[in-house]
Design a protein around this ligand. Structure first.
Ligand code: SF4
Length: 352
C-alpha cells in the first residue's frame, strides 16, 4: 500500500527517463570521482548502474572536466547530468558535449544575455534544467527578507524559475534542500502551491551511512507520503552505491517501487538457537544481485518463523543448529545451519 495521491505535476524527459507526471519516482546519485578522470568516473557510474541508479550527476568544476563529458556519456547507459555553478561557459560546453540535463541556478550565472544563451542551447536539444536551492547558499537579499526559513528557500527557487520562464523555458525541475527535515518538508509544501514543475527531493548533507539513512528515510518518508517528489537522491557521506540501496529501500517501504529482495528477519531473542544475525547478513549479501521483487524471510525459531517463512517467497526458520527451508509456503527440508544460506540462495537462483 502506498500513500497516494501523488502531487500532480507536468512531466519532463531527462534523456530516456521521464520525471513527473505519472512516471515512477526515479533514483539518482552523484559521483565523487574527479570528473576529469574519465576512467574512474565511468567505472563509478557503471557500478551505480549495476545497483539500479537511474540518473547520474557529475560535478563540472572547470573546462577540462566539461570537455570530458562526451567521453563519459559514451561509456554509460543512464542519463548524465552536469552540475554547474556560476559559470555559463561550462554550461554551454556541457550541452555541446551531449549531457542529458543541467543542474544550474540561472540567477548565479550573471547577465540576462548569458541566461538567454544557456536556455537557447538547452531548448535546441530539449535538455531540462534543475534549479537546486540549498539552505546553505541562499542569496543575501533573500535571507535579509525571509531569514533562514522555508519561505526563503521557496522565494529563492521562484526567482530562478522566473528567469527561465521569462525565456519561455519550461523544462524545469526544482529541488529545495536543507539539512533540516521539517524545514525541507515545509518548503516543498509551500512550493507545491506555486508551481507544477517536477520536484527532485532529498535531505541534503544527511550524514554518514547509518545516521544519514535514518534522516533521509524520515525526511523522504514524510515528503513522499504527501505525494511530494518525482525523483530523489539520498545524500550520504558514503559510497554513492550506498545511496542507491537506501533510496530503493525507502521507496520499497512505501510501496512506490519494487526492486530486489524484501528481507523479513526477526530481531532475535532468547529463543534463537542459530547465529541468525550472521545468517541474515549472509543472505542479504548473497542475494544482493537479485533484481526481482522477492520476499525472503530469515526467522530465528519455530514460534514465528514458519508462519512468516510461509508467507514469503522463500524463507528459513531456525531451530537448534538446524533450520527449515521454505518455498512459497512449502517446507523443502531440514538442513544443518551451515548449509542453510547456500540452499536458500540455490533455490532463489533456480527460481529467477
Ligand atoms: S522469530 Fe523466534 S527467535 Fe525470532 S524474535 Fe521471534 S520468537 Fe525470537
Amino acid at each position: 500500500m502506498s500513500f497516494w495521491p501523488r502531487r500532480q505535476c507536468r512531466k519532463i524527459d531527462l534523456g530516456k527517463v521521464a520525471i513527473g507526471g505519472r512516471a515512477p519516482i526515479s533514483v539518482q546519485s552523484m559521483t565523487n570521482t574527479d570528473t576529469r578522470d574519465v576512467a574512474a568516473t565511468v567505472a563509478q557510474i557503471q557500478r551505480l548502474e549495476r545497483v539500479g541508479c537511474e540518473l547520474v550527476r557529475v560535478a563540472v568544476p572547470d573546462e577540462i572536466a566539461a570537455n570530458k563529458l562526451a567521453l563519459i556519456k559514451k561509456e554509460i547507459g543512464i542519463p548524465l547530468i552536469a552540475d554547474i555553478h556560476f559559470n555559463h561557459r561550462l554550461a554551454l560546453i556541457a550541452v555541446e558535449q551531449g549531457v542529458d540535463g543541467l543542474r544550474l541556478n540561472p540567477g548565479n550565472i550573471g547577465s540576462a544575455a548569458r541566461v538567454r544563451e544557456v536556455v537557447a542551447a538547452c531548448r535546441d536539444r530539449a535538455i531540462p534544467i534543475r534549479i537546486g536551492v540549498n539552505g546553505g547558499s541562499l542569496e543575501k537579499e533573500v535571507v535579509e527578507k525571509y531569514g533562514y526559513t522555508p519561505e526563503a528557500l521557496v522565494q529563492s527557487a521562484l526567482g530562478h524559475v522566473r528567469l527561465l520562464e521569462d525565456e519561455k523555458f519550461a523544462l524545469i525541475k526544482i529541488s529545495l534542500k536543507s539539512s533540516d527535515v521539517m524545514a525541507t518538508l515545509a518548503a516543498y509544501r509551500l512550493l507545491a502551491k506555486e508551481v507544477d514543475y517536477p520536484f527532485h527531493v532529498g535531505i541534503t548533507e544527511a550524514g554518514t551511512a547509518l545516521r544519514g539513512s535514518i534522516k533521509s528515510a524520515v525526511g523522504l518518508g514524510l515528503l513522499l507520503g504527501e505525494g511530494l517528489g518525482d525523483t530523489l537522491r539520498v545524500s550520504l557521506t558514503a559510497a554513492p552505491e550506498d545511496e542507491i540501496f537506501v533510496a530503493f529501500e525507502i521507496l520499497k517501504s512505501l510501496g512506490l517501487r519494487q526492486r530486489g529482495i524484501e528481507l523479513i528477519s526477526c530481531p532475535t531473542c532468547g529463543r534463537t538457537e542459530v547465529a541468525l544475525i550472521q545468517l541474515a547478513n549472509e543472505v542479504e549479501k548473497a542475494l544482493a544481485h537479485i533484481q526481482e521483487p522477492l520476499k525472503i524471510a530469515v526467522m530465528g525459531c519455530v514460534v514465528n518463523g514458519p508462519g512468516e517463512a510461509r508467507h514469503a517467497d522463500f524463507g528459513i526458520a531456525g531451530g537448534k543448529g538446524v533450520g527449515l527451508l521454505f518455498r512459497q509456503g512449502e517446507v523443502l527440508g531440514k538442513l544443518p545451519e551451515s548449509e542453510l544460506v547456500q540452499a536458500l540462495v540455490d533455490e532463489v537462483e533456480n527460481f529467477v
